[in-house]
Write a protein of this length. Structure first.
Length: 439
């Protein structure tokens, strides 16, 4: 188990790491973190449309670099070197358990399996369609940032596109759900595109089930003034391997809430990234994971503040139990020089329930300007709070029940942000099932 203590700054609220106004030790220009630092990022402004489609997708942006500002992004598999496990992006991932997703293009390894079957429930106003690789919308919200995602991009055959029309106003009962059922253990690729048009509001759920060895790209395009919630649930069978790159692009004065729920599967690697295409926009990213014996649940997120006066909040919480249970959380936030007025905070918490479990948690914050509203991060990993257990037991609650109450309350902070009653109830039931396995 890796224990990370929470960093604190005197006079900061709730023990947060917080920077207000000018950051100590920095000028208005900030630090020069990388020579390669595109002014608007790989998806900013017209860059989103600067590539061609189909099999002739454009090449990369940037080169491998320790700063997120200079990381390679490309639609082409050939632009990425083979993965060795020594790279920062892959040092926590057990490559031998990826079942070939990292070796596509080597010695005949492909992604030849069938993509998950898609079952749709939706309001009448929302459209869901299957399109070919040459659809003009594909690629407008994201660019692969690693070899596995690029392999999926080159090999998917069809994409599922969900569109919320302009000014559509959905309620918590008007949820669009895509149930994706795995087709087996032959490695496969999938592509999903979620599009909220101007001033639309709604909820889209991606519910992954069954058995699969799957490399997936999810693009989420939120136009100006829209308000979109996307919930990605990974509740696979125990033999599943799933790598999901989820690319979010947020327009002016738009808001997106992105929720990742990682529960079932042998190895899950979820890599959400958020980029801003206009001022005044807001991103909230929540994550809940529960790792059992032998499971590897990896969450690597990136928030790229490339526009002024935008906001982001990240909260990920996980529980681990059983021998060999391993959770990884990497939170990268980049505030570029032009992103004045940024307000950002990220937090990760891990609760170790048994011996033999391990959590790795690494928050990273890069700041290139001191003219921001605030920026901070916190990370903590530990076991049960003995004082909480004592308090409950002193009131006549048995120890096993007290432990379950503590875990339930710990994870409920994320569950309650879903704001869809049926989904919240399902997640609470899932946590109860996990806790029952511990008893």
């Amino acid at each position: 188990m890796t224990e990370l203590t929470e960093e604190k700054v005197m006079d900061a609220p709730d023990g947060q790491v917080w920077s207000q106004g000018f950051i100590k030790g920095m000028t208005e220009e900030g630090e020069q973190l990388s020579e390669i630092n595109p002014a608007s990022g790989p998806l900013g402004g017209s860059a989103a449309n600067a590539h061609s489609h189909g099999d002739s997708h454009g090449g990369g942006v940037g080169i491998p670099d320790s700063s997120r500002a200079g990381r390679l992004t490309s639609y082409k598999l050939a632009d990425f070197p083979l993965i060795t496990g020594r790279e920062e992006d892959w040092r926590f991932t057990p490559l031998k358990r990826l079942r070939g997703l990292d070796r596509v293009g080597v010695k005949g390894q492909g992604l030849d399996g069938d993509a998950p079957a898609v079952e749709v429930t939706k309001p009448d106003a929302v459209t869901v369609e299957t399109v070919g690789r040459d659809d003009a919308r594909i690629g407008t919200a994201g660019i692969p940032e690693d070899r596995v995602a690029a392999a999926a991009w080159e090999n998917f055959k069809e994409a599922t596109v969900v569109t919320l029309p302009a000014e559509y106003q959905g309620t918590v009962e008007d949820v669009t759900t895509l149930t994706l059922t795995g087709a087996g253990v032959t490695p496969a690729a999938a592509h999903i595109f979620v599009h909220a048009k101007k001033f639309a509001s709604g909820v889209v759920v991606l519910d992954h089930r069954g058995t699969a060895v799957l490399s997936e790209n999810v693009e989420i395009l939120v136009e100006d003034g829209a308000n979109l919630t996307v919930v990605s649930i990974q509740d696979w069978n125990d033999d599943t391997v799933h790598a999901s790159a989820q690319h979010i692009k947020v327009g002016r004065d738009a808001k997106v809430k992105h929720v990742v729920i990682n529960l079932g599967g042998s190895l899950l690697r979820t890599t959400p990234s958020a980029r801003y295409a206009g001022t005044g926009s807001e991103v909230e990213m929540y994550g809940l994971y529960f790792a059992d014996a032998g499971q590897h649940l990896e969450q690597r997120l990136f928030v790229d503040h490339s526009t002024n006066n935008c906001k982001s909040r990240v909260t990920y919480k996980g529980a681990l139990q059983g021998e060999g249970a391993h959770a990884v959380w990497i939170g990268d936030v980049l505030i570029r020089k032009e992103a004045e007025g940024t307000d950002t905070y990220e937090m990760n918490r891990n609760l170790i329930l048994t011996q033999g479990a391990r959590a790795d948690s690494v928050p990273n914050l890069e700041i290139e300007t001191g003219l921001i509203e605030g920026a901070g991060h916190a990370s903590a990993t530990g076991r049960f709070d003995d004082e909480q257990l004592f308090y409950l037991q002193a009131r006549g609650i048995p120890e096993d029940v007290a432990r379950r109450l503590v875990v339930r309350g710990f994870l409920n902070e994320v569950i309650q942000h879903i704001k869809v009653p049926a989904l919240e109830e399902r997640m609470r039931d899932a946590v109860e099932r996990e806790l029952a396995a511990t008893a």
